[in-house]
Design a protein around this ligand. Structure first.
Ligand code: BDP
Length: 327
């Protein structure tokens, strides 16, 4: 944990003193967010906070801490587990370290399209998955969009899996993406999000993978100027709350939190669509080499034996994903 994160944790500990169970008259909570203030997830967090304050007549205050002020996502998840951060917006891939069944979100090419992805998330499968967060003492409130993750590299562009040979690609902690990258032919390094820019710059890694808005907002495109739209994963963002925080509320206020969070999904998805288009333009204007991968078969074939293993390991997920195709 960083010093900032530690100080923040201690600060919260003091602020929370005096709340010993049962419904509180009013609460002030912190929401951890790794992205900057103008990123779609952060704007949705803010919308959630404002709306909740309004509709609870000021009983529930949520202060959003963007820019990883409360620590890198992995640190924040640890704090969530201890109940020392009440709310967190994180990427589903990171959750796998804490709730192993969530690693399923990293299964490559699980979803055929954005529509398929959202059919799954908003159907029974997606709802059941949110409930699994109770294993880490949290409740899943809502999913946010995160588009598709693609590779980007320094050096020469990646056009086919073979081009990854000998290249070191950063992956998110807690995820199965390391296995995916290695099957594709590269080597994988697990690293916190905040370290990626300097590691690309100094050549510690040769690339990373993410969606367009993150590639742009982090300015990774300045130091890794080749983007390959192979779209190996669609991994949702999730807004979660510590169970110990939820327990402080009356039943009515708990319902309100869930309702406002659900509504914030629509707000975020709209912001997301716009951001993807804007990011694409930023990248084109900056002269980034964008390699379209119209036929993803070579990438899919390279990871096909992983699919068989995952179908056994994450059977329920794969069945629900399959069922969401037919809706
Ligand atoms: C972004 C997610 C952020 C991740 C980051 C990463 O929004 O929460 O953890 O990727 O790669 O797309 O670490």
């Amino acid at each position: 944990m960083t010093t900032v994160a530690l100080a923040a944790t201690l600060g919260l500990g003091l602020a929370a003193c005096g709340g010993a169970g049962g419904a509180q008259e009013s609460v002030t909570w912190r929401l951890a967010e790794t992205h900057p203030g103008d990123y779609p997830t952060t704007k949705a967090d803010e919308w959630f906070a404002e709306e909740l304050k309004k509709r609870s007549d000021g009983r529930i205050t949520v202060d959003v801490y963007p820019d990883a002020q409360l620590g890198e996502e992995r640190d924040v998840l640890e704090q969530m587990q201890m109940g020392s951060v009440e709310l967190n917006r994180t990427n589903a891939n990171l959750v796998g370290e804490f709730v192993p069944s969530w690693k399923a979100f990293g299964v490559p090419y699980a979803f055929d399209s954005e529509e398929h992805f959202w059919n799954y998330l908003q159907g029974d499968g997606g709802k059941a998955k949110l409930e699994e967060l109770s294993e880490m003492g949290a409740e899943g409130l809502a999913y946010y969009d995160s588009g598709a993750r693609s590779l980007y590299t320094t050096g020469k562009p990646v056009e086919k899996p073979e081009d990854l040979a000998g290249r070191n690609i950063r992956v998110q902690p807690g995820s199965i993406t390391a296995e995916v990258v290695e099957k594709l032919g590269g080597s994988a390094t697990t690293m916190d999000f905040g370290e990626v820019y300097s590691s690309l710059e100094t050549g510690v890694i040769d690339g990373a993978e993410n969606n367009l808005p993150s590639y742009v907002s982090t300015r990774h495109y300045e130091v890794a100027q080749n983007l390959t739209l192979n779209e190996h994963q669609r991994v949702p963002e999730v807004l979660m709350i510590a169970q110990s925080a939820m327990d402080q509320l009356s039943e009515e206020d708990q319902k309100l939190v869930r309702e406002v969070a659900r509504e914030s999904t629509e707000v975020q998805r709209e912001l997301w669509r716009q951001e993807v288009a804007d990011s694409r333009k930023t990248l084109e204007d900056a002269g980034v080499t964008i390699t379209e991968v119209d036929d993803k078969q070579a990438f899919k074939d390279a990871v096909s034996d992983l699919q068989e293993r995952y179908a056994g390991q994450y059977g329920d997920f794969m069945d629900a994903v399959e069922a969401a195709k037919k809706q």
